[in-house]
Design a protein around this ligand. Structure first.
Ligand SMILES: [Zn+2]
Length: 303
């Protein structure tokens, strides 16, 4: 029997765990709420408690987590949702508690690796997988492996400058990064400013599909900026596939059509001809990717 990886996904609201096989099959999936305000040790304790019953059946452990993960498997910086998560030694703590070799990577990197290996970009040698949700991140994958860069920051597409000078503050503190214009909260803010109504993203998407003008405009403006930034990234790296994931991508044609048009107008001929495809693995992508990455890195002959 080929070895299994114990996969763990630590997010701002929930922690998930499961067993991942070399073909990407996920079994024994389980989840618990993240004790997000309780600090790094409490979050690790919750993750270990959830994962420990599966550890005896696994050859390695792969952990995807919110935040920038340094090459030693520690959290270099984290979202303000996870109080005290920055500085946590995720790799060392997991290895001691679960008695398995562990690999830790950013959850967006993990999800991208899964889409590249067994999802929407399967078979493509190189892929840019972009997640557009509460924030915007990306994974740059080559031969199914995600590139993390020197510090773990590689793929921070949300912090590329948007082609506008509106002066909107980004979560990182800079002005007019694309995350400040095209994330879910950014679209909600733009709609609220135009209509006076405070609605969640999915409701704005439904209004846009019905042709309500402020909703159409809020989404189309974000989509056009996002398309141009995606094209800039594609011009830089010349990928075989571009995949979009996350809650904003789920808005469907009201987002994807203006985004695609802006992308094609901005991209050079070869990257402009690459189709932009939706992600297929959904909310399990980070679990599957963390497991696959652990199998290929920490075990011999698994994949
Ligand atoms: Zn930024």
């Amino acid at each position: 029997m080929s070895p299994l990886a114990l996969a763990v996904d630590i997010g701002g609201t929930k922690i998930a765990a499961g067993l991942v096989a070399a073909d990407g099959t996920l079994t024994d999936r389980r989840r618990t709420a993240t004790p997000a305000g309780a600090g790094g040790p409490a979050i690790m304790a919750a993750a270990v408690e959830l994962a420990r019953p599966l550890a005896a059946r696994a050859a390695a452990c792969g952990i995807g987590t919110a935040g920038v993960v340094d090459p030693a498997g520690r959290i270099a910086s984290a979202t303000s949702l996870l109080t005290g998560w920055a500085g946590t030694d995720v790799k060392g703590t997991a290895e001691r508690a679960l008695d398995l070799p562990a690999l830790v990577l950013n959850d967006c990197h993990a999800a991208g690796a899964a889409e590249a290996r067994v999802g929407a970009a399967r078979g493509a040698r190189t892929a840019l997988v972009v997640a557009v949700g509460t924030g915007i991140g990306a994974a740059w994958c080559e031969d199914g492996r995600v590139r993390t860069g020197r510090s773990g920051t590689c793929g921070s597409l949300g912090h590329l400058p948007a082609p506008t000078s509106a002066g909107l503050p980004c979560s990182c503190g800079a002005l007019d990064h694309i995350e400040a214009h095209a994330s879910g909260p950014a679209i909600e803010r733009a709609y609220r400013a135009a209509s006076g109504r405070n609605l969640p993203l999915a409701a704005i998407g439904r209004l846009a599909a019905d042709g309500e003008e402020p909703a159409v405009q809020a989404i189309a403006r974000a989509a056009a900026l996002l398309g141009r930034v995606l094209a800039g990234a594609a011009n830089l790296i010349d990928p075989d596939a571009v995949v979009v994931a996350g809650g904003v991508a789920l808005l469907g044609p009201v987002l994807l059509e203006p985004m695609g048009a802006a992308y094609r107008a901005e991209a050079l001929p070869a990257p402009g001809a690459v189709p932009i495809v939706p992600a297929v693995l959904g909310e399990d992508a980070a679990l599957v990717g963390a497991g696959l990455q652990a199998l290929s890195t920490l075990t011999n002959g698994a994949s």
